[in-house]
Design a binder for this molecule. Structure first.
Ligand SMILES: C[C@@](O)(CCOP(=O)(O)OP(=O)(O)O)CC(=O)O
Ligand SMILES: [Mg+2]
Length: 352
């Protein structure tokens, strides 16, 4: 968001959020809620501890496909690799230099299972810090034919539909929850279709819609004031989970409140990746919904949950860089409350 001339005259410390700035922020949040991306123009926190992402050097991205047929059998491939020879796994592999995530998915399914496919939605993202991120897609077959042993090669020995019950030597049992996740989504899509947005990013970052809600369903969003009020973007650091970036923001904004609040990354509104220029656009931006929750629930004598913060308001920011913005736009408030309560959003799981 380009700062207006008028903004440059205002000192950060006494800048509240003008109506025009509120409108711009609320519009940006609505764009993110609808799965659209938002150009990453800078990084507010953690950049000094983060290196630009370079595929196969300091970041490894893996794509994995969950594909069902009409009998709800799942597509499996028999590995040709020495360390898991003849064991079965979902079609999966490492993203190659210059590839988008969807191109990598199509290539891996073609190489390992023989089929052409189209991604339907991201199902789940798993991470072990910025250096290892796995993108699990629900996908559907659009052509080609299943790979038979006659076509065995170094990519895989063959592919087959698995009824998910018969005994099968698996390369890793970690895929069972991925298959289950796919089946649940197929039967009852509990988050919007979410596919990567082609917007470039140099680092692995999180742009946060960090919210505080109270029993009256008021909702506040944490903003960085300068140059104009905007959602915080924080870089992931290699020693921590990607989601730790949200903790760094809360630690910086309200250090004393940090220790009695939970910083809970509920999920991903949208994901931005380009990948075309090696070492320049290999980063990923996760636009996330993060809830700030006091880590203690107080109950009255009837056992009912009582307002957790005496004021029902968010903990005060102590760092003048930050300001809480109370969401006033009714539709946006309802959408954010619905997502915060039902977590109807793409999950981001840290395996750290
Ligand atoms: C993390 C994995 O999902 C790896 C999947 O990637 P591959 O090892 O199959 O890589 P390619 O050779 O590119 O196909 C499973 C694991 O390492 O536990
Ligand atoms: Mg593989």
């Amino acid at each position: 968001m380009k700062p207006q001339v008028s903004d440059l005259r205002r000192k950060p410390s006494d800048m509240e959020v003008t109506e025009e700035e509120r409108r711009q922020v609320e519009e940006q949040v609505e764009r993110l809620l609808s799965g659209q991306g938002s150009e990453v123009t800078g990084c507010d926190v953690g950049l000094e501890q983060s290196k630009p992402a370079t595929l196969r050097k300091n970041v490894t991205y893996i794509v994995c496909a969950v594909i069902f047929n009409d009998q709800e059998e799942v597509l499996m491939v028999q590995e040709a690799k020495q360390d898991c020879y003849k064991q079965w796994y979902l079609p999966a592999g490492r993203v190659e230099v210059g590839e988008s995530l969807e191109e990598a998915l199509r290539r891996e399914v073609k190489e390992e299972a023989g089929f052409d496919c189209e991604p339907i939605t991201l199902l789940l993202i798993q991470e072990q810090g910025p250096q290892w991120i796995r993108f699990i897609f629900l996908a559907k077959v659009t052509g080609g034919s299943i790979k038979t042993v006659a076509a065995a090669d170094q990519e895989s020995l063959q592919a087959s539909w698995w009824d998910r019950h018969s005994v099968l030597p698996l390369r890793g049992r970690d895929i069972l929850r991925l298959i289950d996740c796919g089946l649940r989504y197929r039967r009852d899509p509990w988050h919007p279709v979410t596919l990567p947005v082609d917007l470039s990013c140099r680092h692995v970052v999180q742009t946060l819609v960090l919210v505080f809600t109270n029993a009256e369903d008021q909702i506040w969003i944490l903003l960085i004031k300068a140059p104009t009020p905007h959602l915080p973007t924080a870089a992931a650091v290699k020693t921590h989970a990607v989601t730790w970036a949200a903790n760094m923001v809360v630690q910086e904004a309200m250090p004393s409140a940090y220790y009695d609040h939970d910083v809970n990354t509920l999920g991903v509104f949208s994901l931005q990746h380009n990948g075309r220029q090696h070492g320049k656009t290999d980063g990923v931006c996760f636009n996330t919904l993060v809830a700030l929750l006091p880590d203690r629930v107080t109950r009255n004598e009837d056992g009912e949950k009582v307002e957790w913060t005496k004021t029902g308001r968010p903990p005060p920011v102590e760092n003048p860089r930050y300001v809480w913005l109370e969401v006033q736009k009714q539709t946006l408030r309802e959408k954010l409350l619905e997502k915060t309560k039902n977590t109807s959003i793409l999950p981001l799981h840290s395996l750290y």
